[in-house]
Design a protein around this ligand. Structure first.
Ligand code: AMP
Length: 280
């Protein structure tokens, strides 16, 4: 089947309501890279029909953030998705998702208030709202999401459970460049020096893993070491935190269920990364 582009909510809904097949869904904001494509490949392996949405969701950006500059390349995205054998691309206009008079929001308490939720207070409200709408429109059996946005998965799992939505999230591993930088649409904003500096996130992860293997269990010892790696590379720290992998609770001591979470500004570009302490 050839890939079809659907712009209308009603059309998407009527297509997926009829389906008696296993539907896989990959929500994205476009400007696709190998990280996104790995989700599509996983969905292709596990589902009969694969739908990818491309929608730069304005409600998850604060007024001072990069909504207007967010990179876009619809034709390039379509080419990549055609090559992978995607069945439908849902590509709605902003007014299709948020028509005049739009007034309803989904707010997941608790897990959305830590880490990125602290520095981007309205972000997860926008994410939960748009993903809730997309799940209602696409009605997928499985939704494929990257662990690059680990907190996003935790927030959305909570939302699906609380709102009795039957879609199941399939978390997929972080895809990295050869030197370890997590792939991200925002990496495009880095100049040559900043691209080099951006390695401080992955280097912090590697350093933490080495120290953990050497027996270090003390957060108070590790944080200053990570701070040094980041600041030496011109990074501005938003947060460095160790939390439990399952519910993102703060911890006193490192153990095998701990995950490191990082958000760092390289120039004006905010990069995030995270990893378990034992390499996978
Ligand atoms: P975005 O277009 O940034 O909203 O991302 C769409 C989906 O792709 C989300 O589930 C992300 O977590 C996932 N994603 C983004 N970058 C990566 C990556 N480097 N590895 C794996 N998944 C990713």
């Amino acid at each position: 089947m050839l890939l079809s582009v659907i712009n209308s909510v009603l059309e998407m809904q009527s297509l997926t309501r009829k389906a008696d097949t296993i539907l896989g869904f990959v929500p994205t904001m476009g400007y696709l890279h190998k990280g996104h494509l790995s989700l599509v490949e996983m969905a292709k392996k596990q589902c009969d029909i694969v739908i990818v949405s491309i929608f730069v969701n304005p409600t998850q950006f604060a007024p001072n953030e990069d909504l207007d500059n967010y990179p876009r390349d619809f034709d390039g995205d379509l080419k990549l998705l055609t090559e992978l054998g995607v069945d439908y691309v849902f590509f709605p206009k902003t007014t299709e998702m948020y028509p005049a008079g739009y007034s309803t929001w989904v707010n997941v308490e608790g897990v959305s208030e830590v880490l990125c939720g602290k520095s981007r207070p309205a972000h997860f409200k926008g994410v939960s709202t748009i993903v809730c709408k997309l799940v209602n429109i696409v009605n997928p059996n499985y939704m494929y999401m990257g662990e690059k946005d680990f907190q996003q998965i935790a927030v959305l799992k909570r939302m699906l459970l609380d709102l009795n939505l039957e879609t199941v999230i399939v978390p997929c591993p972080i895809i990295r460049e050869a030197d370890g930088l997590a792939m991200s649409s925002r990496n495009k904003f880095l100049d040559t020096q900043q691209r080099q500096d951006a390695l401080c996130l992955y280097n912090s992860i590697q350093h933490t893993r080495t120290r953990y293997q050497q027996g270090c269990r003390t957060i108070g010892e590790l944080i200053p070491e990570i701070e040094q790696i980041i600041t030496k590379n011109n990074g501005k720290i938003d947060y460095i935190e160790f939390r439990t992998a399952d519910d993102l609770k703060p911890i006193d001591q490192l153990d095998k269920n701990t995950r490191l979470f990082l958000a760092v500004y390289i120039g004006n570009t905010r990069l995030i990364d995270n990893a378990p302490l034992l390499s996978q």
